[in-house]
Design a protein around this ligand. Structure first.
Ligand code: WTA
Length: 645
């Protein structure tokens, strides 16, 4: 075990903070000292928000339930908007948006505040109130941020469902949260095609009795959508009639801000619950220090708002800091493979935050694309979502960052709300492939399979103290919350990731050790895909495993046994893939379908995924170009599973 890890520890390149960057950086060494008293540290961070009434206690910790800033009242939308309107930021761009076809919109803070006010009043006019759940199923258009902030303004709880998810996924999420309204669009552009979101929403709503209203943004120029009676409303008609002034509700720090569904190890996605005060404190603080945010920055986080990265670092974190954010609707290779660099050049992006899977694609596409554009405005680069292999890190630094920009490799999860392990640019010396050290005020510990703390070597990443942005529960299923996160290593939050600690205490995240795969930076539960497959009339049994993929990190390989009498027709593989897309969404489309008469099982009937994984990996097993060396992750998985069974 340790020999294997030693090979990973051979990365010797070090990148100390560039002195010129350090001289002006928002974070200094003192931040780490301050973080040694987490409660005091976070209380200090909370003070940078606008509160309507102060908290009485910083933290109430009844493991595994935390309440932060109890008694305090605030409004997340007011923190992202109103407090910037008094001074010069009023006319500062809040959102610079570009649609895939090339259309553009700039919303200043004053304009964004007016749109949010109108949307908030429109929601109220439909009878939507505090604590009601509202599903948001939109493409990456400004209305997505407007809708989220409008919900926050009136105290409604948003549940954003990624526009790439299927009608059935939307239906299940609406039903789980009992949402009363859904906000969607006639469509969104992806590689030149208009994705018919309203049609999917209609399919979903046919089986969601809780939905009373559907609000439709007109995105396509002539997309034909049918609006139904009292239920459906055009966004632009509702907002036209609504006043831009809407008083922000005073919300308790622990009132729900949003629910966001994420894949777990069972077939049913979990509704991760985030509340208002602690979440906003953490995302605002991490945006400020991890991204070294300054008033003249142009900040571009390329994530879709359908994922947590979009929630925390497109909307809440940057807007709470009064930053200018860039939002882009479509694909990075549309119409050409230089679309990102053309955006960076044209808007003068200074901070870019993207995923390793995208960086690997850019590497493959070649340096000619970035070289055609002026990237000299960039001063800081970030990555998130999966382990980054050192070669991709170096390429990002040289080809995109011109060798001058620090890189922040940030580890966190939907559940953590905000960034947890990351360098502080200007302070932390970085190593390619390592997320470095916990953010101030965050306590992480490596443990072995029996839960013993380890000083170095390989093991499991756990968090030992509550943090403000932590999930509060799983919506409607607190039992599952306790079971999933707090039972494997009692007294600790277990993130599901394998990791190693080097001699200098740096973290190297290796990847998931549970039945969750990370495909192109997206979490996909193997059980979800298996349930989708066995739902097909020909399938008796299915087992899904991840296999190493050059660009996506992992890809899905599905082993399928057919029901008695069912034949393998020439089109069956494609039918099965399409079936999964229809049930879950295109992100879950298996790369390989392997028909098999039987699946290998243990005596107790558990599918032996390890064996299947070996088959799926084939020769790729020895591939050492990725940091998340499958051999090491597999070894950790074995340790994890042995203990489980
Ligand atoms: C993985 C995304 C290595 C990890 C914010 C985690 C990472 C899962 C990193 C959460 C990183 C995220 N290095 N792995 N910097 N960041 N991960 O919930 O496996 O979509 O558990 O949140 O992504 O994915 P999620």
């Amino acid at each position: 075990m340790n020999e294997q890890l030693d090979t990973l520890l051979s990365e010797t390149r070090r990148f100390p903070p560039p002195p010129a960057f350090a001289a002006r950086a928002a974070a200094t060494e003192t931040l780490y000292h301050a973080g040694r008293d987490p409660q005091k540290f976070w209380e200090e961070q909370a003070r940078s928000l606008d509160w309507m009434s102060p908290w009485t206690e910083v933290l109430v910790w009844k493991p595994p339930h935390a309440r932060w800033f109890t008694g305090g009242k605030l409004n997340a939308a007011a923190n992202c908007l109103d407090r910037h309107l008094a001074g010069y930021r009023k006319n500062k761009p809040a959102i610079i948006w570009e649609g895939e076809p090339g259309d553009q919109r700039v919303l200043t803070y004053a304009e964004l505040a007016r749109e949010v006010g109108r949307c908030a009043n429109a929601l109220k006019s439909l009878g939507i109130r505090r604590h009601d759940r509202v599903a948001i199923y939109l493409p990456m258009i400004p209305e997505a941020a407007i809708a989220m902030l409008a919900c926050a303004r009136i105290g409604a709880v948003h549940s954003v469902v990624f526009g790439g998810f299927s009608a059935e996924s939307l239906r299940d999420r609406i039903n789980d949260a009992q949402a009363v309204a859904v906000i969607t669009a006639d469509g969104g552009y992806r590689r030149g095609q208009l994705l018919p979101l309203k049609r999917f929403a209609d399919e979903a709503i046919a089986e969601t009795p809780s939905i009373k209203h559907c609000i439709v943004v007109r995105r396509g120029r002539e997309a034909a959508v049918s609006l139904q009676g009292d239920r459906d409303h055009w966004w632009h008609e509702l907002l036209e009639r609504a006043s831009p002034n809407c008083e922000a509700e005073a919300m308790d720090a622990e009132d729900l801000l949003f629910i966001l569904y994420t894949s777990g190890t069972t077939g049913k996605p979990k509704g991760i619950v985030h509340t208002t005060g602690g979440y906003l404190t953490q995302v605002a603080a991490t945006t400020r220090y991890v991204f070294d945010l300054r008033d003249d920055d142009v900040f571009w986080c390329t994530a879709d708002v359908g994922w947590v990265t979009g929630h925390s670092y497109v909307v809440y974190g940057p807007l709470a800091n009064g930053a200018t954010v860039v939002m882009y609707e479509g694909a990075p290779d549309w119409p050409e493979r230089d679309r990102f660099w053309s955006i960076v050049g044209r808007y003068g992006v200074t901070i870019l935050y993207t995923a390793p899977t995208a960086i690997r694609a850019f590497m493959k596409w070649g340096t000619a694309h970035p070289a055609r554009h002026d990237l000299s405005t960039l001063r800081l680069l970030g990555t998130v979502g999966e382990p980054i292999n050192p070669e991709a890190w170096i390429w990002y630094r040289e080809q995109i960052g011109g060798g001058r920009c620090p890189i922040v490799d940030t580890w966190w999860q939907t559940e953590t709300g905000g960034i947890m392990i990351t360098p502080l640019p200007g302070v932390t010396t970085t190593k390619p492939g390592s997320a470095t050290v916990p953010f101030p005020g965050i306590s992480a510990e490596l443990v072995d399979a029996s839960g013993r703390a380890l000083e170095r070597g390989g093991g499991f990443l756990t968090l030992t103290e509550p943090w403000p942005g932590m999930l509060r529960t799983i919506y409607g299923d607190d039992e599952r919350y306790q079971q999933t996160y707090w039972s494997r290593f009692p007294g600790r939050y277990f993130a599901g990731d394998g990791a190693k600690l080097d001699d200098e205490g740096y973290w190297w995240i290796l990847g998931r050790v549970d039945d969750v795969l990370n495909v192109a930076g997206h979490r996909i539960g193997t059980m979800e895909v298996e349930s989708a497959l066995v739902d097909h009339p020909s399938v008796a049994e299915a087992a899904v495993v991840g296999k190493t993929h050059e660009l996506k990190g992992q890809a899905l390989a599905a082993f399928v046994t057919l029901k008695e009498g069912k034949q393998i027709s020439p089109s069956l593989k494609d039918d099965l893939k399409e079936h999964v897309v229809r049930k879950i969404g295109a992100i879950a489309r298996p790369d390989d379908i392997i028909f098999s008469a039987d699946l290998p099982k243990t005596r107790s009937g558990k599918i032996m995924r390890r064996l299947l994984k070996d088959i799926a990996e084939g020769r790729a097993l020895g591939d050492t170009t990725t940091l998340a060396d499958p051999a090491v992750v597999n070894r950790l998985k074995e340790m994890y599973e042995d203990k489980e069974s």
